[in-house]
Design a protein around this ligand. Structure first.
Ligand code: GRF
Length: 213
């Protein structure tokens, strides 16, 4: 069983999708939040998954938060850390310790649109496609090796909200799928290269929205 820690800051709809997917060989050992108000904590409680809060606002110094977070994670001793809407940038020491064992989902077709506000930025730029990407985490934000993307066609009447809602439906599909690929051993990161069934991935695997119309 892959001991899996999910980290959330907010609503936790991805967490819910991961819980509901009942992923093979995956044990959801804990949910961790930096925000005591995160609804994701209630989702964890409903699913009888232990939850822990390391309250960002209770620390005066950023460094003390980083140390407490790192120590808490060490005690949980996860095989995999899944960032699911965790809105704090992690200290590089933590990220390095869990290299190849920490993943994130970012709402854009990385390497396009790292950072915030991706839906509006893609619309403003007149993009034809948008989506979401699962990637391994490295200290540089939204830049780690990507391996699974969900792609949607941008429609002429799309708003940031309508686009977000279609992309998020895709996240609920690809994030559990990505965790399953790691749990089964199909997917690995070695020296910055992602391998799927032993073959180096030249580009992310892409899942297309079934019916964009
Ligand atoms: C997701 O849309 C993901 O792309 C981004 O944060 C959002 C989290 O939403 N990293 P939720 O908390 O899972 O509902």
């Amino acid at each position: 069983m892959m001991r899996t820690l999910i980290m959330v800051s907010g609503g936790g709809t991805n967490l819910q999708a991961i819980i509901d997917a009942n992923i093979a060989d995956t044990d959801l050992v804990a949910v961790l939040s930096d925000n005591p108000q995160a609804f994701g904590l209630e989702r964890a409680a409903s699913a009888a998954i232990p939850s822990i809060t390391v309250d960002y606002k209770s620390f005066v110094k950023r460094n003390d938060f980083d140390t407490a977070l790192h120590e808490t994670i060490r005690q949980i001793n996860p095989d995999l850390i899944v960032l699911a809407g965790f809105m704090r940038i992690l200290a590089s020491g933590l990220v390095t310790e869990y290299a190849g064992r920490m993943i994130n989902i970012h709402p854009s077709l990385l390497p396009d649109y790292p950072g915030l506000n991706t839906y509006q930025r893609a619309l403003d730029a007149g993009e034809k496609w948008h989506g979401s990407t699962v990637h391994f985490v490295i200290p540089q934000l939204d830049a780690g090796p990507a391996f699974l993307q969900y792609r949607v066609a941008i429609m002429p009447d799309d708003s940031a909200e309508s686009l977000a809602s279609r992309v998020q439906q895709g996240e609920y599909q690809i994030y559990p799928q990505a965790i399953g690929m790691l749990a089964s051993g199909q997917l690995k990161l070695d020296n910055g290269v992602v391998y799927s069934n032993g073959q180096a991935l030249a580009a992310s695997l892409v899942v297309n929205e079934t019916d964009p119309h």
